[in-house]
Design a binder for this molecule. Structure first.
Ligand SMILES: [Zn+2]
Length: 283
């Protein structure tokens, strides 16, 4: 599932191709009833409009168009936004295409169909983004802001808090597990028991893990996995220390084996030595 680094990788690719281009047509395959409806509704709204910028907020991609409209895309589980030549055959799971004035197409594909594409005015966009928490790489997200965002619940697991987009936005399962490992914090540690030193380590870890994911163009596990705007896989898999490595030796301590459990409904990976479970006093 694309997280902030994957979405940012797509954004950077789109930024090379889209600003200054004009949309000349919208099309969807006839086998796609949902997207044919979208095509009918938005043909008039989009055709002829220029694309000015490609922005990102959390896991949302926003193409700024003429007249203060924005094309807003969320990739969810398996969505992909790619720039293709118009005569290239469509990929599997192709949903909708925007033909551009230079003979290329911006295509949205989505195997699992949870992804969304919307055209929003400024009020609609503001509403869509209103509940999102801090951007991880924002300088304003210092240790005090992380403490405030995570709160002091005596029960809420730190991993679950990191996945909550209203607290810190853009982290998903991969980068939450990697951040907790780097900070030496057990995923089940209640946020209310995190020490100032742990919050400080977690703040640094989140920024390093997210920045690393962006620098390596995102994480791709397999042939069906994440692709950038030009169909290329990301290179961050080789840099993961716990995620998807259960049963393998810990690369950090060299002593223990990466463990796995379900937490907040998600597969969670950690090293029992590097991330010891908090011993909770009964009194
Ligand atoms: Zn370890």
């Amino acid at each position: 599932m694309p997280e902030l680094p994957e979405v940012e990788t797509v954004r950077r690719g789109l930024e090379r191709a889209l600003p200054g281009r004009r949309i000349v047509a919208v099309s969807a395959p006839e086998t796609e009833p949902t997207w044919l409806a979208w095509q009918a509704a938005w043909q008039a709204a989009l055709t002829g409009r220029a694309i000015h910028a490609v922005r990102r907020r959390a896991k949302f991609l926003m193409l700024d168009l003429d007249d203060d409209l924005a094309l807003v895309v969320h990739l969810r589980m398996t969505g992909a936004l790619t720039v293709n030549q118009a005569d290239e055959p469509p990929a599997r799971f192709h949903r909708v295409a925007l033909r551009l004035d230079n003979g290329t197409e911006l295509r949205f594909g989505d195997m699992r169909r949870f992804g969304t594409v919307e055209v929003l005015d400024p009020a609609g966009l503001a509403a869509r983004l209103a509940a999102l928490g801090h951007e991880p790489l924002d300088d304003a997200l210092d240790a005090a802001a992380v403490r405030a965002a995570l709160g002091r619940s005596p029960r809420l697991a730190t991993k679950a808090a990191l996945l909550d987009q209203r607290r810190i936005a853009g982290l998903g399962n991969i980068y939450a597990d990697e951040s907790l490992h780097r900070a030496g914090i057990h995923p089940q540690t209640p946020v209310g028991t995190l020490t100032d030193a742990e919050i400080a380590r977690l703040t640094v870890a989140i920024k390093e893990v997210i920045a690393g994911g962006v620098a390596h163009n995102g994480t791709t596990f397999d042939a069906e996995g994440f692709r950038d705007a030009y169909g290329n896989p990301g290179g961050n898999l080789a840099f993961l220390r716990v995620y998807h490595r259960h049963g393998q030796p810990c690369l950090t301590c060299g002593k223990d084996t990466i463990a796995q459990m379900r937490l907040a409904g998600r597969s969670t990976h950690w090293c029992p030595t590097c991330q010891p479970e908090r011993v909770v006093s009964s009194r």
